[in-house]
Design a protein around this ligand. Structure first.
Ligand SMILES: Nc1ncnc2c1ncn2[C@@H]1O[C@H](COP(=O)(O)OP(=O)(O)OP(=O)(O)O)[C@@H](O)[C@H]1O
Length: 332
């Protein structure tokens, strides 16, 4: 079994079958806002509830899910939602045949042969997680078709996993281990490739709406991921936050754009100055796509604001600070 690529918040310390044991990596950032969310998620999980982290792309949901899962200290299983995901990918399926042949030659002139062919069932991740009381992270679950996700209704409601009778152990169902928990993540319904989730499933989980992190957290994450000095990172983050504030639904550009710009700057050893044409170009390439979305009747409304925002924020950051001379400050 090869290691799976995990979110940066987590590293695989041990792999047992499909299990991952998440651990905070060196670049994982835990500010008070990250910790407050993780604490709430942990409290719901501890009380026996599945948690649903819902929010736009790049808001740190998957990273937070790993962090909350790691706090439980139980093995973690990961599945990614997608339109092609079927029930077999979740619970398991017949995987080939097992043949038993008995040759009875007790009387040497008589040979009796008895052959039995049985299908060979293999459990998949949801089944083993339910059996062993693991934490299941179901990333972007609303990309899977709702009928596939129906399997979770009885798991979360009655603590029973319905299985096809073909699974030879048990009577077509399995009692879910009391420590089994699920952390769902989802993107907003209006995102391409997502499905509306059935009310009955939503009703069984606690949904935490995740928005973009505060400025301080975005600066610390971008810094941890790029190694750029804090003053440079602050300019990049401010540019992204300003453009996000101007965008139609305030979803993009995201923290990923901050990290991408900062990493390229660190790699190329350039600073955040609007008179640096390479800096302007990477900002345009990474940020223009989002800004150009301000459209009416299919036409972009005015010029892309990226250049203006880059110029004003980098100039403001480089302006020398006016320090009031001591003694002139009046106490009120
Ligand atoms: N607390 C954190 N510490 C370090 N890096 C973080 C943290 N939170 C988010 N990130 C980084 O920010 C980026 C986006 O985070 P993540 O992939 O978790 O977002 P997401 O909401 O799951 O996005 P999507 O919906 O697109 O999958 C990633 O590069 C991730 O490593």
């Amino acid at each position: 079994m090869s290691a799976k690529p995990l979110q940066d918040a987590s590293e695989v310390s041990a792999l047992n079958n499909d299990n991952v044991q998440p651990e905070a990596s060196d670049t994982f950032v835990c500010t008070p806002s990250v910790e407050a969310l993780a604490e709430r998620a942990s409290a719901y999980l501890q009380a026996g509830y599945p948690v649903h982290l819902a929010g736009p792309a790049g808001t740190g949901k998957t990273t937070l899910a790993f962090h909350a899962a790691a706090k439980r200290g139980r093995p973690v299983k990961l599945i990614h939602g997608n339109d092609e995901l079927g029930l077999a990918d979740m619970v398991g399926q017949d995987n080939g045949y097992r043949r038993n042949t008995l040759v009875d030659n007790y009387i040497h002139s008589v040979v009796k042969t008895q052959e039995e062919v049985r299908t060979f069932w293999i459990d998949n991740r949801v089944t083993t997680a339910c059996l062993n009381g693991e934490t299941l992270i179901y990333d972007e679950f609303n990309r899977s078709r709702p009928e596939v996700n129906n399997i979770f209704l009885s798991i979360l409601g009655e603590g029973i996993l319905n299985l096809p009778n073909r699974r030879h152990q048990g009577a077509g169902y399995l009692e879910v281990h009391p420590e089994f928990r699920v952390i769902f993540t989802s993107n907003p319904e209006e995102y391409a490739g997502t499905h509306k989730t059935q009310d009955a499933l939503m009703d069984r989980m606690i949904t935490m709406k995740i928005g973009h992190y505060d400025r301080e957290t975005e600066i610390r994450v971008t810094r941890a991921k790029s190694g750029l000095p804090p003053s440079e990172v602050a300019i990049v983050v401010d540019i992204v936050r300003e453009l996000r504030g101007q965008s139609v639904n305030h979803h993009r550009p995201t923290l990923r754009a901050c990290i991408a710009i900062a990493r390229i700057m660190a790699d190329r050893r350039i600073s955040a100055r609007s008179n640096n044409s390479f800096f302007r170009d990477i900002c345009r390439d990474i940020l223009d796509m989002d800004s150009a979305k301000v459209r009416r009747d299919g036409n972009a409304l005015g010029e892309s604001p990226v250049d203006d925002v880059v110029a004003s924020i980098s100039a403001r950051a480089r302006r020398p600070k006016i320090v009031e001379p001591k003694g002139l400050h009046k106490e009120i």
